[in-house]
Design a binder for this molecule. Structure first.
Ligand code: SF4
Length: 463
C-alpha cells in the first residue's frame, strides 16, 4: 500500500502537540512530532509517542454492551447502538418521571474536543442541572482564586529576564514539557529556582531550594510568605498604592498569624521560609508557577488567592519575565465553544440546585462529593441515573469504597469508555468510545504561553 501521512493534534492532554502519523502498512503506523509546530518543535512526550498503541490496544471496547449479571460482575451481552441508545433514553425518562429531572447526572473526564459542550447540551435538553466535571481538582480553584483576587488569571512569561521561579506543586518536566525550554532559558541566564513539593520531583532535584512541606499545608506556607513580605516592608509600594484595594485590611488581618505556628503547620524551617521569600521578593521579575496540586485541597481556593496576592504585591504582574495578562487571542473560546444560551439556559437560582455546588456563581457544576451523598442518602434529593463519559469515578472521586457503594444504589448507569474500567464495570450499558484519532474535531493547544513574546503581543499577528 502507498504510505499515507496525516497531521493531527494529540488529544491526550491539553498541550495539544502536533502529530505526524504515517500509515506504513495495514494496522501499522509511525508517530512523530511535527518540526513545524512552533511550540513543540517536533518533540512529543511518551504518551503522544504511544498514541497508536492506545488506539490499537486489544482490550479496547468495540461494541455496545448490556449488563446481564449482577452489577459489577462483568457479565455482558453485546447489543446494537440503536438498542443501547434507546434503552438509555428510556431509563433516563423513567428516572425523571419517578424522581424528577435532577435525578439524572452527567459526568465527563478530560475533554475530547467539545465533549464537555455536548454533554452540557444533553444535560440541558434533559432539564437536569447535575452536570459534573473534573474542574474542582483541575484548574477551577486556581482560576477562580486568581480571578477573584486579580480580576484575571495571569500566565507565566518565563524567559531570560526571569530572575526567580517558584515551582509550587507542579512538575513541568513530566507533565508539560513544552514549558521546559523557556524554564531552562531562565535557569541558564541565572534564575534562582525554588521547588515547593512534598515529593522529590524533577524540579526538587534541580532547584536551588527544595521545601518539602507537609502535604496540604500550602496555605500556611503562602500566608507565612505574605506576612514576611508585608511585615518586612519589602512589597512593591508603587504597585500597591496604585492598584491594590484592601491592603491595609490585609496587613491587619495577617497580624493574627504567628510565623512560628505557620512554619510548624507546613513542617518547614522558618529560616528557610524567610530565605526563599527574600529571594522571591528581591528578584524582579519573579514567577510563581503552580500546578494541579494546588487544586487538590479543601482550602485550594484560599491558597490560590494568597498566591495571587504574592504575585501582586511583589509587583510581578504584567511584567516581561513575570506574569502576563492573557491577550484573549483564543481561536475557539478556550475549549468550550458554545452558545451560552444553548448550554446554560438555567438561571443561577436553578443551577444552585445541582448537588454540592460551591458558592461560586460562575462554577455551576455538581461536585463528586455532592453526587455521592445524593446517591447514598437521597439528600437533598435522589440521584438515580446517569451518563459518564471518559471518566473513572471509582478511581478518581474521593473515597472509592463509598463511591462504589453509591453507584450500587443507582437504578441505571451508562458509561462511554475506551476500556472496561472499574467504573464501566458498574454500568448497565457501556458505549465504546472513539480514541482521539478516530473522530474528526477541532482542538486548540493550550500552550500559546510557550511562544516567545514577553508582554509584547505583536508576535500574535505573525503566528
Ligand atoms: S504533551 Fe500532551 S498533547 Fe503533547 S504529546 Fe504528550 S500527551 Fe500529547
Amino acid at each position: 500500500m502507498n504510505q499515507q501521512t496525516k497531521i493531527t493534534t494529540c488529544g491526550l492532554c491539553s498541550t495539544g502537540c502536533r502529530l505526524t502519523i504515517t500509515q506504513t502498512a495495514p494496522q501499522q503506523y509511525k508517530v512523530s512530532g511535527d518540526k513545524n509546530d512552533p511550540v513543540t518543535h517536533g518533540a512529543l512526550c511518551k504518551k503522544g509517542l504511544h498514541a497508536i498503541d492506545l488506539m490499537l490496544h486489544p482490550a479496547r471496547l468495540t461494541q455496545p454492551l448490556k449488563r446481564i449479571g449482577a452489577r459489577g460482575a462483568g457479565q455482558w451481552q453485546p447489543i446494537s447502538w440503536q438498542q443501547a441508545i434507546t434503552e438509555t433514553a428510556e431509563q433516563f425518562n423513567q428516572s425523571q418521571q419517578r424522581y424528577g429531572n435532577n435525578s439524572l447526572f452527567f459526568s465527563y473526564g478530560y475533554s475530547k474536543d467539545f465533549i464537555n459542550t455536548q454533554l452540557l447540551r444533553l444535560a440541558n435538553h434533559c432539564n437536569s442541572v447535575n452536570i459534573h466535571g473534573p474542574e474542582t481538582v483541575c484548574w477551577a480553584p486556581t482560576k477562580f482564586g486568581r480571578e477573584y483576587t486579580l480580576g484575571y488569571n495571569p500566565s507565566n512569561d518565563v524567559n531570560q529576564h526571569t530572575e526567580c521561579i517558584i515551582f509550587w506543586g507542579v512538575n513541568k518536566h513530566n507533565t508539560r514539557f513544552t514549558d521546559m525550554p523557556a524554564i531552562n532559558q531562565a535557569i541558564d541566564a541565572g534564575a534562582t529556582t525554588i521547588c515547593i513539593d512534598p515529593q522529590r520531583s524533577y524540579h526538587a532535584k534541580q532547584a536551588d531550594y527544595w521545601l518539602a512541606l507537609t502535604p496540604g499545608s500550602d496555605l500556611a506556607l503562602a500566608l507565612a510568605m505574605l506576612k514576611i513580605v508585608i511585615d518586612s516592608n519589602q512589597y512593591d509600594h508603587q504597585f500597591v498604592s496604585q492598584y491594590c484595594l484592601g491592603f491595609t485590611e490585609l496587613s491587619e488581618h495577617l497580624q493574627a498569624f504567628s510565623l512560628t505556628e505557620l512554619a510548624n503547620q507546613c513542617g518547614v524551617n522558618l529560616d528557610l521560609i524567610k530565605e526563599i521569600t527574600e529571594h522571591y521578593i528581591t528578584a524582579k521579575p519573579a514567577i510563581i508557577m503552580s500546578g494541579n496540586a494546588l487544586d487538590h485541597n479543601p482550602d485550594s481556593l484560599q491558597v490560590n488567592r494568597v498566591i495571587a496576592m504574592l504575585m501582586a504585591i511583589s509587583g510581578n504582574l504584567e511584567m516581561t519575565g513575570g506574569h502576563s495578562r492573557p491577550q484573549g487571542a483564543t481561536l475557539i473560546n478556550g475549549r468550550w465553544p458554545y452558545d451560552e444560551n444553548d448550554v446554560n439556559h438555567c438561571d443561577a437560582k436553578a443551577r444552585a440546585n445541582s448537588v454540592g455546588t460551591p458558592a461560586i456563581p460562575e462554577y455551576f457544576r455538581a461536585t463528586s462529593q455532592g453526587l455521592t451523598q445524593a446517591m447514598l442518602t437521597a439528600k437533598p434529593y435522589p440521584i438515580k441515573a446517569g451518563l459518564i463519559v471518559g471518566s473513572n469515578p471509582l478511581l478518581s472521586w474521593p473515597d472509592s469504597q463509598q463511591v462504589k457503594q453509591a453507584f450500587e444504589q443507582l437504578d441505571f448507569l451508562a458509561v462511554s469508555e475506551l476500556f472496561m474500567t472499574p467504573t464501566a464495570l458498574m454500568a448497565d450499558i457501556v458505549f465504546p468510545a472513539a480514541s482521539f484519532m478516530e473522530y474528526q474535531g477541532i482542538s486548540q493547544g493550550q500552550d500559546v504561553d510557550s511562544l516567545p513574546r514577553g508582554n509584547d503581543s505583536s508576535w500574535r499577528s505573525k503566528s
